[in-house]
Design a protein around this ligand. Structure first.
Ligand SMILES: *[C@@H]1O[C@H](CO)[C@@H](O)[C@H](O)[C@H]1NC(C)=O
Ligand SMILES: *[C@@H]1O[C@H](CO)[C@@H](O)[C@H](O)[C@H]1NC(C)=O
Ligand SMILES: *[C@@H]1O[C@H](CO)[C@@H](O)[C@H](O)[C@H]1NC(C)=O
Ligand SMILES: *[C@@H]1O[C@H](CO)[C@@H](O)[C@H](O)[C@H]1NC(C)=O
Ligand SMILES: *[C@@H]1O[C@H](CO)[C@@H](O)[C@H](O)[C@H]1NC(C)=O
Ligand SMILES: *[C@@H]1O[C@H](CO)[C@@H](O)[C@H](O)[C@H]1NC(C)=O
Ligand SMILES: *[C@@H]1O[C@H](CO)[C@@H](O)[C@H](O)[C@H]1NC(C)=O
Ligand SMILES: *[C@@H]1O[C@H](CO)[C@@H](O)[C@H](O)[C@H]1NC(C)=O
Ligand SMILES: *[C@@H]1O[C@H](CO)[C@@H](O)[C@H](O)[C@H]1NC(C)=O
Length: 403
């Protein structure tokens, strides 16, 4: 429990706030039918025959829409974590919460937590990956939260690398499993993983994989941890390695790990049961020069998205993205059901979506850091409500209308 509180610093499991959240949620959802093209009535009518065949959900633009967004309030989410609670930590502007993703060729259906949980009845979903996977998972819990009014019907618990969430009325679980490099590594401690020299057992995944291999839906992500210049690859055990090598080729080591991962899936996954998603890389905004700021500046003090269609940050590693794409395609060819959710481009536009200095920092800032906050800013994760909500609206669309 103590650990759990460390995770959900803002976690309020009881009382008034939650009840208020639900009441306001009801008012909000009933009153809201203007300013969006896919309103509540429209969705109810076409609930079961919505189709996005032929529509690229990932190609579109951000539309300012303070009538239908955000889909929940930061303070009202029972599962909010201090890493994403930007208003709580002093962010003054709130426009970043009011952008809706509009694909060019179609509308996204409006998120309905009950419909999602009905689809997931008696099922287990696991998000497997790094802190961006956790960002994504917390966003989904926040989206679902107001659809489960009774606090005792939604419970999150921490068991080592695994955090479980259960919606008991639906006998559904939505879990997060910490596994930042997918293969075993010295960064696997869910709390203390800020290690300088990253060492991975490049061919070992079993210790992790047996925790999630039985799931019905698996959602993977792994990218930022690979950007380190040098990493040590190891064969054998940590205590007794029979071979090690320092590998600075990003693509090479990434592909080796993804191969270990995909071989494991190919051999052990129940193809009749489990559907998978791979989340393409989540871009950061650490280099302001990329979008015309002075070199050395970053996402700090950004309040608006980039409007240039097709904008692409120079630091976004397309080689890693292509490797993941081709390994995912190979898995599909082997008869596994896996979908690549290509959220990179849509997230690129959102230089305004990061916490920068407005989050709980694990190491308190020094005087000089406070005087110069730019290098101290988090331009990797995302404030909630925010960008990961859209990843979830897309995931929702796939789970509800395609699985
Ligand atoms: C996105 O859609 C626009 C308009 O339909 C089209 O011109 C463009 O080629 C598409 N981009 C991609 C990457 O598919
Ligand atoms: C929504 O945005 C418009 C345009 O910026 C503004 O005039 C209006 O007051 C906003 N409404 C709310 C409820 O914030
Ligand atoms: C959400 O989905 C449930 C189950 O499909 C349906 O009964 C309910 O009317 C939907 N709610 C809204 C607001 O669309
Ligand atoms: C709950 O779901 C699990 C699968 O996740 C299933 O094995 C179990 O039988 C279900 N329990 C009930 C009471 O339906
Ligand atoms: C990475 O390793 C190479 C040689 O293996 C070394 O020359 C280089 O200094 C290392 N870089 C860092 C940042 O440690
Ligand atoms: C390294 O050790 C592992 C387990 O101890 C063993 O399976 C593997 O064959 C060894 N590899 C080499 C190259 O000796
Ligand atoms: C999967 O389904 C196929 C065809 O329906 C069946 O032959 C096979 O035994 C099933 N495999 C498992 C592991 O359930
Ligand atoms: C933030 O940006 C505004 C203009 O958009 C500027 O006036 C202000 O000085 C900036 N603040 C800091 C701390 O850089
Ligand atoms: C993902 O999107 C990017 C840019 O929008 C595009 O270049 C890439 O081909 C897409 N990948 C897939 C598998 O659709």
């Amino acid at each position: 429990m103590e650990k759990l509180q460390r995770l959900f610093h803002g976690y309020r499991s009881i009382g008034f706030m939650l009840v208020m959240g639900v009441i306001m949620g009801v008012v909000y959802f009933c009153g809201d039918n203007s300013g969006i093209r896919f309103d509540v009535i429209g969705e109810a009518k076409m609930a079961d025959d919505y189709s996005f065949e032929g529509c690229d959900l990932f190609n579109g633009s951000w539309v300012y829409d303070n009538k239908s967004r955000p889909l929940y309030r930061e303070k009202e989410c029972s599962f909010m974590a201090d890493d994403y609670a930007c208003q709580k930590f002093g962010r003054k502007d709130s426009e970043y919460q009011f952008w809706r993703w509009q694909p060019h060729g179609c509308d996204l259906p409006r998120f309905n937590g009950t419909a999602l949980l009905e689809k997931l009845r008696d099922k287990r979903v696991v998000f497997v990956g790094d802190s961006l996977g956790k960002n994504h998972w917390v966003s989904l819990l926040c989206l679902i939260d107001s659809w489960i009014p009774e606090p005792s019907h939604k419970v999150a618990e921490w068991h080592g690398s695994l955090i479980t969430f259960r919606a008991s009325e639906f006998n559904a679980s939505i879990d997060f499993y910490w596994e930042p490099l997918l293969v075993e590594s010295n960064c696997d401690d869910p709390v203390h993983h800020r290690v300088h020299d990253r060492i991975m057992k490049i061919e070992s995944i079993e210790r992790h994989a047996k925790q999630w291999i039985d799931a019905d839906v698996l959602i993977f992500d792994s990218y930022t941890w690979w950007l380190e210049p040098n990493m040590t690859l190891l064969w054998g055990s940590f205590e007794n390695p029979n071979r090690t090598s320092i590998e600075s080729g990003r693509v090479r080591r990434y592909e080796m790990a993804l191969k270990t991962w995909s071989n494991w899936l190919d051999t052990h996954l129940n193809r009749n049961k489990t559907k998978m998603f791979f989340i393409s890389l989540s871009p950061d905004h650490k280099e302001g020069g990329d979008w015309g700021k002075t070199k050395g500046e970053n996402c700090f003090n950004e309040t608006e998205p980039i409007m240039e269609q097709g904008y692409w940050g120079k630091g976004t590693d397309t080689d890693l993205m292509r490797s993941a794409q081709s390994i995912v395609q190979d898995l599909e060819k082997k008869g596994l059901e896996i979908e690549l959710l290509n959220i990179t481009q849509l997230s690129q536009y959102r230089k305004d979506g990061h916490p920068s200095i407005y989050k709980r920092h694990w190491v308190p800032p020094t005087e000089s850091e406070l005087a110069n906050p730019i290098p101290y800013s988090d331009c990797t994760h995302w404030c909630l409500p925010g960008v990961p909500d859209v990843w979830n609206e897309i995931l929702y669309t796939y789970i509800r209308y395609k699985l």
